[in-house]
Write a protein that binds this ligand. Structure first.
Ligand SMILES: Nc1ncnc2c1ncn2[C@@H]1O[C@H](COP(=O)(O)OP(=O)(O)OP(=O)(O)O)[C@@H](O)[C@H]1O
Length: 462
């Protein structure tokens, strides 16, 4: 009541009772529908009945999301005097180990850093946890650009089997089989009943643009929003860290209040950028998919996809950063001639058609040359800062911070690739042998049949 939550959302209404009854739960509900409170509330209820630490472990794919979930635990758990602890990469490991040893009630972690702690320290134990939560569960199991599977193995080996497991996401269905191996206790499964996979309050548009004039369209869209709206904030998603950085430099050149968020930034810069965007110091956040999932920023009215997402799932999460908790929002996807098949795949998945967004072409043409010149200038400036080289250095630094040896990691990856290649070759050899055997059997059968026929023919002739 104090927080203005007067009625449960459908996913809360469906999943809180079975969670309170002690059942494992898998909740698949649309973006912005209150999945976080759907697991936080029953956990707090159970914790209040039998408080101890470490009572619950929440895993989530990004560091920003871990802080956001912790915030929800803090707000809802304040009357209980809840003690939480956030374990994510890019932050001081010693301080984290100390916090873990103090037995907080709830640990909210990204898998990589938590697995590192488990490998390297014996100052804490997850052996007694009652709840294991995987938020954005499908992402945690995917082998995407960040592969969590090895770290998950380490974590799952450290938690008890008699725990209660809660899995949530807006896109669970592709990974159901894998998820059931984690929520083993005949999980209660709930999926929002609507066929369309995005929220009704979201106006979904596409804008067909030639690749070379994409940025001019982007500048035009942002300018229009700035001119026509008083209270506005936009997230622009782009495909790479470098593009994210260039676009931010470019929009700044045009005096737009923008800030970037991507994985090549230092963690402190990432948090600062997000905090300033949340508090509307900056009205535009340019981000890679590190911001695609889970972030709950109610003021975001527009999402612009500077590139069409390659996977419908990513589209669903990106556009879900607006139109949250019953609010309205717009998502505009810039589509080039090469991306039309991607839009079709998205439409097929979300079960609805995107509508065309109309733009006054002349206004775009008027700024085209200027935008392209500014973009080129920004690219040259960025190249001068060794951004690509930094990427390599950052990767190595990050690994060292996480207690890994970069060279060993490289070697490990190469060996893994070798094993995968060998396995692939072995599989194809087996398949080939099987096929050859099949053909041989078929040939033998045919020969037998022919022989039988030949034997019968002279008899018939007689
Ligand atoms: N019962 C409720 N009534 C009103 N608002 C709610 C309720 N429960 C949660 N909310 C609010 O809805 C917003 C979205 O919730 P939340 O971030 O949990 O969404 P989500 O389903 O996890 O979305 P995503 O799939 O994008 O991660 C939050 O600001 C939260 O405070």
């Amino acid at each position: 009541e104090q927080l203005g939550l007067t009625r449960p959302t459908p996913v809360q209404e469906a999943c809180i009772p079975p969670a309170l009854q002690g059942r494992d739960c898998m909740g698949c509900a649309k973006t912005g529908s209150g999945k976080t409170a759907a697991f936080v509330l029953p956990i707090l209820q159970k914790l209040s009945e039998d408080p101890y630490g470490i009572f619950c472990l929440v895993l989530t794919p990004t560091r920003e999301l871990a802080y956001q979930i912790a915030e929800q635990f803090r707000v809802l758990g304040k009357p209980l005097g809840l003690k939480d602890c956030i374990i994510v990469g890019g932050m001081d490991m010693v301080a984290q180990a100390l916090e873990l040893s103090r037995k907080p009630h709830v640990v909210i972690a990204t898998p990589g850093r938590l697995a590192d702690h488990l490998r390297s320290s014996s100052t804490f134990s997850l052996q007694k946890i009652k709840f294991l939560v995987l938020d954005e569960a499908d992402r945690l199991l995917e082998q995407g650009c960040t592969d969590f599977t090895h770290d998950l193995e380490v974590i799952l080996a450290a938690v008890p089997t008699n725990r209660q497991t809660l899995l949530f996401s807006a896109t669970l269905t592709d990974t159901l089989t894998e998820l059931k191996q984690i929520a083993m206790n005949k999980p209660f499964f709930w999926e929002s009943p609507s066929e369309v996979r995005t929220v009704e309050e979201l106006d979904q548009r596409y804008l067909l643009v030639p690749e070379k004039v994409k940025d001019a369209y982007l500048v035009h869209l942002v300018q229009t929003y700035q001119d026509e709206h008083e209270d506005w904030s936009i997230i622009i998603f782009t495909n790479t860290c470098k593009n994210c950085q260039v676009l931010n430099m470019m929009l700044k050149k045009f005096n737009f209040p923008s800030v970037a968020l991507h994985s090549m930034m230092k963690q402190k810069q990432r948090f600062a950028a997000l905090a300033k965007f949340k508090s509307s110091v900056y009205k535009i956040l340019i981000a890679t998919d590190v911001a695609a999932r889970g972030l709950d920023i109610p003021t975001v009215q527009v999402v612009i996809n500077h590139n069409t997402p390659g996977l419908p799932k990513i589209y669903i999460h990106r556009v879900g950063r607006t139109a949250r908790a019953g609010r309205h929002g717009v998502a505009i996807t810039l589509v080039t001639q090469y991306d039309i098949h991607l839009v079709h795949a998205i439409e097929e998945q979300i079960k609805m058609k995107l509508q065309e967004f109309s733009v006054e072409e002349q206004s775009v043409l008027n700024i085209l040359t200027q935008v392209n010149v500014v973009r080129r200038e920004c690219e040259i400036r960025l190249e001068a800062t060794d951004f690509d080289e930094k990427k390599e250095i950052n990767k190595r630094k990050q690994m060292i911070l996480e207690g890994k040896d970069p060279d060993l990691e490289k070697q490990r990856k190469a060996e893994l690739a070798k094993i995968r290649k060998k396995n692939g070759e072995f599989r194809s050899r087996v398949q080939q042998t099987l096929q050859e055997k099949k053909q041989l059997q078929l040939r033998r059968k045919l020969q037998k049949k022919m022989r039988r026929k030949q034997k019968q023919q002279p008899v018939a002739a007689k």
